[in-house]
Write a protein that binds this ligand. Structure first.
Ligand code: IMP
Length: 202
């Protein structure tokens, strides 16, 4: 059974394939089907934005489509940057965005934060499966580590005494919001397949 990932990111495809391979499903990128959709993310939540992307690709391809949407939510900033994580402050680079975040945290008496991921799978008939994942930590006082991307250098995991950027890809995946959301999604999909008898030889 074939699913389309509503993304152009080959790294995300490999992650999704690895996590869904035991279910015997094939996942392809929307760009591999020649789909160049870039629907506007007009939702007010991660889940709404993931659903907008999944729905557009399911309608265009006639195949079930999976989309995810993630971001960093900081308590002291009332949940910002949240769904605006990729374009926080309108500045151009990851480093500029996390420096802006550190600036906005000056004098903060609470540095708690979490990453969140929403995953939506939309079937061509409009039916949806969803899953979510979180990872809780704090905002560091200064960037540390070279790995990862985005806000990784300033997201500190107290249990490991390291930022996301100081973890290997495997260590990060084992605890990350995306890892947690994708593992839950694999479970939800497996249950749905068993209940409705598709994607198997039944
Ligand atoms: P996306 O929905 O996965 O494209 O994530 C949107 C934005 O959230 C990214 O551009 C990053 O700024 C931020 N973000 C999401 N996941 C992570 C992560 O694992 N580490 C650091 N930043 C992240």
């Amino acid at each position: 059974m074939k699913f389309v990932l509503a993304s152009h990111n080959r790294g995300k495809l490999q992650e999704m394939q690895a996590i869904l391979s035991h279910l015997g499903v094939e996942v392809v990128l929307q760009s591999d089907l020649g789909l160049n959709l870039e629907p506007e993310e007009t939702g007010t939540t991660f889940m709404e934005n993931a659903a907008i992307k999944a729905r557009a690709v399911a309608q265009a391809s006639g195949l079930p489509a999976i989309a995810d949407d993630s971001g960093l939510c900081v308590d002291w900033l009332n949940g910002a940057p949240g769904i605006y994580s990729a374009r926080y402050g309108g500045v151009g680079s990851d480093a500029e965005r996390y420096q802006l975040l550190l600036q906005n945290m000056r004098g903060a008496t609470n540095r708690a934060a979490h990453f969140h991921t929403a995953v939506v799978c939309c079937f061509p008939d409009g039916r949806q499966l969803t899953a979510q994942g979180d990872c809780y930590g704090t905002i560091a006082f200064a960037p540390m580590g070279e790995g990862g991307f985005g806000y990784d250098p300033v997201f500190f995991v107290p249990e490991l005494r390291k930022t996301f950027a100081q973890l290997t890809a495997e260590e990060k995946n084992a605890i990350s919001h995306r890892g947690n959301a994708l593992r839950k999604f694999a479970q939800v999909l497996q249950e749905d397949m068993e209940k409705n008898g598709y994607g198997t030889d039944k």
